[in-house]
Design a protein around this ligand. Structure first.
Ligand code: UD1
Length: 361
């Protein structure tokens, strides 16, 4: 038996294809939910949308400082790993959940399989970057979405025999769920018209935890709304909402703030918008795959594969305007299948199965 750990919205989405392939191959697994995300919109709603199995354990950790959150998840996961003795721990991405689970596992000599390995923003101020570097260093199987991400690992001296380029499971999830969005009336629900609105998401600590950055972000959104002359829709992360309310920042332009949507509505909103403004990693991938105008509200990205049609503007109005003009001029290119063809889940599970067989576990 192996264990799979998740705890946040992107992990639910991107591990779904791994879980369904584990089931298909009849590989027994236990599912551990750290509880890092607990607001119904970030947690239960997404889990239901994806039809995920009910977790065997939910640690219910919730929010805390990085050290507290990571420490509590480590202790909870260690206890479960000791009791269940899985042959491997599968983790995903770059969250504190992933880091904590990996540290607990490696100290118990349980091999770690890291899905979405090798991503680097080269910005150590991001908590996610630290998490990625550490987990990659101690993982036994590293599933990278692309050749670029494989190269990052090779450059850090990681053994090439541990690395497998599988594509990103975000593609599998998108292919599985996009057709289902047709049955939804997402645009009607939010009073939007096809190709006539800007979609915004913003939750990164760099953008929302510092008040002057947060104010700059809002001013940038107002500027984008004016120059595009389109309404903005903003499904807001509960933390960003709290920051706006605590700092009494009001939004007085054509912007509609809504609670975080479920996965299918989010795919619909990306697929039908004119422009995506985001600081999320997964949404950069989804927007690029769907060939949308994409502007990232950061000065780095760990998804350089998207940079043929993704502009890093940080919170700078001039850069934003330049990016919009470049899209208008049509001088952008969306490459096909940069994140794979939608079989990442199958490949990952095949490599896990091979590893378990070879190591006789
Ligand atoms: C986390 C991940 C990030 C990922 C993101 C996806 C880390 C360090 N970051 O960021 O890589 O892109 O998930 O959403 O693990 N909060 C709620 N409800 C919740 C969860 C959080 O209100 O269900 C609020 C709390 O105020 C909390 C804050 O959001 O303190 C930050 O939550 P946290 O889980 O630490 O990070 P995210 O910003 O969600």
């Amino acid at each position: 038996m192996i264990a799979v750990l998740f705890g946040t919205r992107p992990e639910f989405i991107k591990l779904a294809p791994v879980l369904s392939n584990l089931k298909l191959r009849k590989i027994p697994f236990i599912l551990i939910h750290s509880g890092q995300h607990y607001s119904p919109e970030l947690d239960q709603q997404i889990i239901e949308d994806l039809n995920l199995p009910k977790p065997d354990y939910n640690l219910g950790i919730g929010s805390a400082s990085h050290a507290h959150q990571t420490g509590k998840i480590m202790m909870g996961v260690e206890e479960i790993l000791k009791k269940e003795e899985p042959k491997m721990l599968v983790v995903h991405g770059d969250t504190n959940t992933m880091l904590a689970g990996s540290l607990a596992a490696v100290k118990l000599h349980i091999p770690i399989a890291h899905v979405e390995a090798g991503l680097r923003s080269f910005d150590n101020n991001m908590p996610e970057e630290i998490n990625r570097i550490i987990t990659d260093r101690i993982s036994r199987l590293l599933f990278t979405p692309t050749e670029v991400t494989k190269l990052n690992l090779l450059q850090e001296g990681i053994d090439k025999n541990k690395i497998f380029v599988t594509g990103n499971t975000v593609v599998d999830a998108l292919i599985d769920h996009l057709p289902l969005t047709k049955k939804r009336s997402t645009l009607e629900k939010f009073s939007l018209e096809e190709d006539n609105y800007i979609l915004v998401t913003a939750h990164r600590a760099e953008n929302v935890d510092n008040i002057s950055h947060l104010k700059k972000l809002i001013s940038l959104l107002e500027f984008a709304q004016k120059i595009m002359n389109k309404k903005i829709i903003w499904p807001i992360h509960p933390h960003t909402k709290k920051q706006l309310m605590d700092n009494k920042i009001l939004l007085s332009f054509d912007i509609k703030v809504i609670p975080p949507t479920d996965y299918l509505d989010m795919l619909s909103l990306i697929n039908s918008c004119s422009l995506v403004l985001t600081d999320s990693g997964g949404i950069q991938e989804e927007a690029y795959i769907l060939k949308k105008w994409l502007i990232t509200l950061r000065n780095s990205t760990e998804r350089p594969e998207t940079l043929t049609a993704n502009f890093l503007v940080d919170l700078d109005k001039n850069k934003l305007e330049e990016a919009i003009n470049t899209f208008k001029s049509g001088k952008v290119l969306w490459k096909e299948n940069v994140f794979g063809k939608g079989n990442a889940g199958r490949l990952i599970v095949k490599h896990i199965e091979d590893f378990l067989k070879i190591n006789n576990v």
